[in-house]
Design a protein around this ligand. Structure first.
Ligand SMILES: *Cc1c(COP(=O)(O)O)cnc(C)c1O
Length: 385
């Protein structure tokens, strides 16, 4: 019996051993600066970066020169939103986003509002999905960007990205998507989906932390970005700073492995999600699924258990690591903005747990975790009466 079961892969993933193996030589042997063009040390580092760039571009049907390496999806979101807002001031000052976005988008929008930009926060339906018609209606002559996440990190809901991309293209508005949870997990085609900018992260897909990328379309239409970090003009002037070669090598390998294994893994994850939900419902029939029943990340299961405070549940769960539907700030427990936006009230968020599967999980862990959760639910219920 494993003594600790990790079911929080939407928060972060372990580095895949195959990824680590590719990275290791780049710490101690091939340690050149990818920007040094005076010797082979630099050339070899650049070659490795170029390979990762090709792996990532290939996975999303982009061109290698459209991939800009960053420190992660947070930075990519910042560059995309701030970079467009600043570059296209002559065109307009309006951005469309959604209430369920990650804070890496919402907090940037808040900052942009302080700088005088207009932001529309689209609502979602009870499954956390945005209505493409709402996107269309929100577009004004001053709209410069639509920023909508590919798949939600809390409830897994996958937005109708292709439809939204089509709307953006028809209205000559750029379309950015935060795909931190989607790249390496779901098939993505930036051409077919009319995506102009896309944020990606290494550590959500069995790559290292502290590395990510921004896809930026280079032609038809060409997307210009005003940089937010200056100093040396690396990454086509969009993101200066010496490249983290080992992390980039790992990121490229992680994307490649994800592409090969996602189909098989997703079938397994969906079975596990269905199994857990069915087993829990046998004991607590009014458990609610948060997120879309079909259009959802296969490795995500977010449920609210009526009458069970999720914080109380997870402190008792000694052998299983999973997440709650709330975030502890210094002063109080804040219910998740994502689950609140579904329109069922705060209770739904306070009762929510997020279970997210990963590559190393095995069936016996899923069984044990289900039993542990059931056991704690019955204990907490007993305690109440
Ligand atoms: C994890 C995550 C981020 C942040 O990515 P980092 O690489 O950790 O900066 C942004 N958006 C979504 C949807 C995420 O899941």
């Amino acid at each position: 019996m494993p003594d600790r079961i990790y079911l929080d892969h939407n928060a972060t993933t372990p580095v895949d051993p195959r990824v680590l193996e590719k990275m290791l030589p780049y710490f101690t042997e091939i340690y050149g600066n990818a920007a040094s063009n005076d010797h082979d040390f630099g050339y070899e580092a650049k070659k490795a970066v170029d390979k990762a760039r090709e792996q990532i571009a290939h996975a999303i049907n982009a061109k290698p020169e459209e991939i800009i390496f960053t420190s992660g999806a947070t930075e990519s979101d910042n560059i995309a939103l701030r970079g467009i807002a600043e570059k296209y001031v002559h065109k307009g000052d309006h951005i469309i986003t959604c209430v369920t976005e990650h804070k890496a988008v919402l907090d940037v929008c808040e900052k942009l509002e302080k700088l005088g930009k207009k932001i529309t926060y689209l609502p979602v339906d009870q499954y956390g999905m945005v209505d493409p018609e709402d996107v269309k209606k929100a577009i004004t002559p001053g709209t410069v960007l639509i920023s909508l996440m590919f798949a939600n990190n809390e409830i897994g809901t996958i937005h109708p990205i292709e439809e939204i991309g089509k709307i953006a293209a028809e209205h000559d508005v750029f379309f950015h998507t935060d795909a931190a949870q989607a790249v390496g997990h779901l098939p993505i085609d930036v051409q077919k989906m009319n995506i102009h900018l896309m944020s990606m992260s290494g550590h959500k897909i069995y790559g290292p932390k502290g590395v990510g990328a921004l896809y930026r379309k280079k032609s038809n239409p060409r997307v210009e970005i005003e940089p937010i970090i200056f100093g040396g003009g690396h990454e086509r002037g969009v993101r200066s700073g010496t490249l983290n070669v080992p992390a980039i090598v790992g990121f490229g390998e992680a994307v490649k492995i994800g592409g090969k294994e996602m189909k098989k893994e997703n079938i397994k994850y969906r079975e596990w999600a269905d199994y857990i939900l069915t087993e829990l419902k046998k004991e607590v029939p009014d458990i609610k699924l948060n997120g879309h029943p079909e259009h959802r990340l296969p490795n995500n299961l977010n449920i609210s258990i009526p009458g069970i405070e999720s914080r109380a549940l997870i402190v008792k769960l000694k052998d299983v690591a999973l997440a709650t539907g709330s975030a502890c700030t210094s002063a109080k427990v804040e219910p998740s903005h994502v689950i609140q936006s579904l329109g069922f009230g705060d209770g739904r968020a306070h009762n929510a747990i997020r279970i997210s599967f990963g590559r190393k999980n095995i069936q016996t862990e899923i069984n044990q975790a289900t039993e542990s959760v059931l056991d704690q639910i019955s204990k907490l219920n007993l305690f109440k009466v």
